[in-house]
Design a protein around this ligand. Structure first.
Ligand SMILES: Nc1ncnc2c1ncn2[C@@H]1O[C@H](COP(=O)(O)OP(=O)(O)OP(=O)(O)O)[C@@H](O)[C@H]1O
Length: 294
């Protein structure tokens, strides 16, 4: 199939298949990754050729309906829902997928979101917010999971801070990826995940492709074991002996090529009761022995 947009081929007509496992798709901004993923998600039609999903030809209504039932799709910017709590967001997804509220609750538990369920998406750290997005995309247990730039916020959070101070850094990103990728593998038999930088996905996927100037090219994936070994080393901490001589993780090198973000004004450090007061809420103290803290 082929995909065109804005008068040019984003994917020149080509025959290919997406196998089981985790398939990475990397390419520079504007290369067409989001458009290709939206095509896989059946939100767009191919401009040439035929697209079959799970054996269904999506050019007829019955095939389209059957294919859609097996697809989970997380667009790049689901943050429009940021004033919803994680629990509301997953419940809303369940409602639209005609799943029960208990399916939503079970997915929240499965993605370790029970404590975060009552917190607005905007207030959650990027990795937890991503897990909420995954829970919403997978509440109906899809066979094909399409994730558009899911690590974008994590990558941005790992950038050095514009003040010049060291940010959380690539080791935090690598540790988060080391936790997220095994989870991704359990969510659907086939997972397609995009990123701007190839290095972000190298070592994590079973197959890795780049999309540039309308062509898909398969790249070496390197072994996931090497990546796991590196993340274990990263988690041992920046002060570990020999750390400074060690090669930088590839993900960090990729981040360095990103343009710096504008500086954010420093926020005063407020305690929970003050924040709640600003929002007009009353804070209930947790019962003694509670681990949630709120
Ligand atoms: N609404 C539109 N109308 C016309 N052309 C568009 C439109 N949106 C995007 N395009 C074109 O499609 C190209 C691919 O956009 P797409 O968002 O799929 O790229 P991408 O690789 O996902 O990039 P990014 O990571 O920046 O989202 C863009 O370079 C642009 O030329």
């Amino acid at each position: 199939m082929g995909v065109r947009r804005g008068g040019r081929w984003l994917l020149r007509p080509v025959t290919f298949g997406v196998p089981e496992g985790v398939v990475g798709l990397a390419g520079p901004p504007g290369a067409g990754k989001s458009t290709l993923l939206a095509t896989f998600a059946t939100l767009r039609r191919p401009n040439a050729g035929l697209l079959r999903i799970l054996g269904h030809d999506i050019s007829n209504a019955a095939g389209l309906r059957a294919a859609r039932a097996g697809i989970g799709y997380l667009p790049a910017r689901f943050s429009q829902a940021e004033s919803m709590t994680a629990g509301e967001f997953v419940a809303y997804a369940a409602y639209y997928k005609r799943m029960s509220a208990s399916a939503a609750r079970s997915m929240l538990r499965r993605l370790d979101l029970a404590d975060a369920a009552g917190t607005e998406l905007a207030l959650l750290p990027p990795d937890v917010r991503l897990r909420a997005g995954l829970a919403a995309a997978c509440v109906h247990e899809p066979t094909v999971l399409l994730l558009d730039d899911p690590f974008g916020d994590l990558c941005a959070a790992a950038e050095p801070w514009p003040t010049g101070a060291a940010g959380p850094g690539g080791s935090t990103l690598t540790a988060a990826m080391a936790e997220l990728f095994p989870v991704l593998r359990t969510l659907a038999p086939a997972v397609v995940v995009t990123a701007d930088a190839t290095d972000t996905l190298t070592g994590w996927c079973d197959r890795l492709f780049t999309l540039a100037r309308g062509r898909l090219t398969e790249q070496p994936t390197h072994s996931a074991g090497a990546r796991r070994g590196r993340s274990a080393a990263d988690r041992r901490g920046a002060d570990a002996p020999g750390r400074q001589d060690a090669p930088q993780p590839q993900a960090v090198n990729a981040l360095r090529r990103r343009p710096a973000r504008p500086a954010r004004p420093a926020l005063p450090q407020l305690q929970l009761p003050q924040l709640a007061g600003l929002a007009g809420l009353r804070v209930r103290r947790p019962p003694a022995g509670s681990t949630t803290g709120v």
